[in-house]
Design a protein around this ligand. Structure first.
Ligand SMILES: *Cc1c(COP(=O)(O)O)cnc(C)c1O
Length: 394
């Protein structure tokens, strides 16, 4: 089989030429002054992207590494944690908390709904002594976005440390780390930023550092150690790493974040919102049902669609990939067989990519005998793009 013509998956997603060229740059020594300045500049750009003045820690390894490092760093046995669950990733996070012997309370909503700040507020009040509150900003597996802007300050006011997994939110939807009182944040370059899937973009604030220092179980002498990183790199004046950074991945992140900031963060966010709207309108016009129960909280990164009667996720995706060269996604974890996902991240949020996703999806279903109104879907998708105030071109 050939490589796909279009990768409109749930991530990793297509990268731009700028990212590809950055990753293809010559390998240089990690202590070369050019690379060190490049590394420091990447940190500053990531801080701008996360709208924060807190410390940025660029960890080497896919975002799961950063999430594990954050959880292990902060959480100690007996610590009272509130885990807010609206999807697969948050559920997994709870398993981690329990494995560190934290005392875990969970607020769980159905995976086609978003967290409700009022319900979270009640839970915070009822217990009154949570030390740590965790949530996922954008639940990629179900295409649902949670109101971090409201929940962050609520949890902080209740005296808890706030953790947010923003892996698929950053660079695609509004994220204000400092304004929203989030203490420890982990993002990924391979979703809306369309960078390489090899790094964790972490932000650690003062309160989070203090909690990590207090935690006797916080990793030391470990690849997972945020403290080692701070001691060696940050406190040492940003000249010495605890381990060798992946030069190519840092170059890729620098390019991906640079592209986003050069285009303007607000413009990039509204581009993702528009692509998501175009896909939703297209899918609905074809006669299919969105997975999120309300479009008020439909994510910007992917559009999730309920698997229609008579269709099966895997064979449909295989057919679309083989026949049309378009890579879409199914569900993930326990949602694997229940929904489809059209990705519209990075370059996939530009131009007519939403039409490619919607038409490949609709045509694929039709080919396999599932009735959809393909023409209405294409027309509705294009209408959103045509009526957009900004140009949809690159
Ligand atoms: C992609 C993603 C991660 C990282 O998980 P991988 O599947 O290993 O890429 C974590 N959290 C969220 C919300 C994600 O979208």
């Amino acid at each position: 089989m050939h490589e796909p013509d279009f990768t409109l998956s749930a991530g990793p997603t297509m990268s731009s030429l700028r990212v590809q060229q950055a990753q293809g740059r010559p390998m240089i020594f990690d202590y070369d002054p050019v690379f060190q300045e490049h590394f420091r500049e990447t940190e500053r750009m990531v801080a701008e992207l996360f709208r924060t003045t807190k410390d940025v820690v660029l960890m080497q390894g896919e975002a799961v590494l950063g999430i594990e490092a954050a959880a292990r760093g902060v959480v100690s046995p007996g610590m009272k944690c509130l885990n807010l669950v609206s999807g697969v990733y948050a559920k997994w996070f709870g398993d981690w908390l329990r494995s560190y012997e934290a005392e875990v309370v969970e607020v769980e909503v159905p995976y086609d709904e978003a967290l409700d700040p009022a319900q979270v507020g009640e839970e915070l009040e009822r217990h009154g002594d949570f030390e740590f509150v965790a949530l996922v900003h954008s639940e990629t597996p179900s295409g649902v976005e949670n109101p971090l802007a409201e929940i962050g300050p609520l949890a902080k006011r209740a005296g808890a440390l706030v953790f947010a997994d923003v892996v698929s939110a950053v660079g695609g939807t509004e994220l204000r780390t400092d304004d929203w009182d989030v203490d420890i944040v982990v993002g990924g370059p391979q979703k809306c930023l369309a960078g390489p899937p090899g790094m964790s973009l972490c932000v650690v604030g003062e309160d989070a550092w203090a909690a990590i220092e207090r935690n006797p179980n916080a990793p030391r002498g470990s690849f997972l150690s945020l403290l080692d990183w701070r001691e060696t790199w940050i406190e040492g004046g940003r000249v010495k790493y605890p381990y060798t950074p992946s030069v190519s991945d840092v170059n890729g992140v620098h390019a991906a974040v640079g592209e986003c900031l050069d285009d303007g963060l607000d413009a990039v966010i509204s581009r993702h919102a528009r692509a998501a709207r175009a896909c939703r309108e297209g899918v609905k016009a074809m006669g299919l049902e969105l997975w999120p129960r309300s479009e008020d909280y439909a994510a910007h990164c992917v559009t999730a669609i309920r698997c229609p009667e008579g269709a099966a996720v895997k064979p449909t995706l295989t057919h679309i990939r083989e026949r049309y060269g378009v890579m879409l996604s199914g569900g993930y974890g326990e949602l694997t067989e229940r929904l489809f996902r059209l990705g519209h991240m990075g370059p996939g949020a530009r131009s007519l990519y939403p039409l490619v996703a919607v038409s490949a999806f609709g045509r694929g279903l039709l080919d396999l005998g599932v009735e959809v109104d393909l023409a209405a879907g294409a027309e509705a998708t294009l209408r959103v793009l045509a009526e957009s105030e900004e140009t949809v071109a690159a």
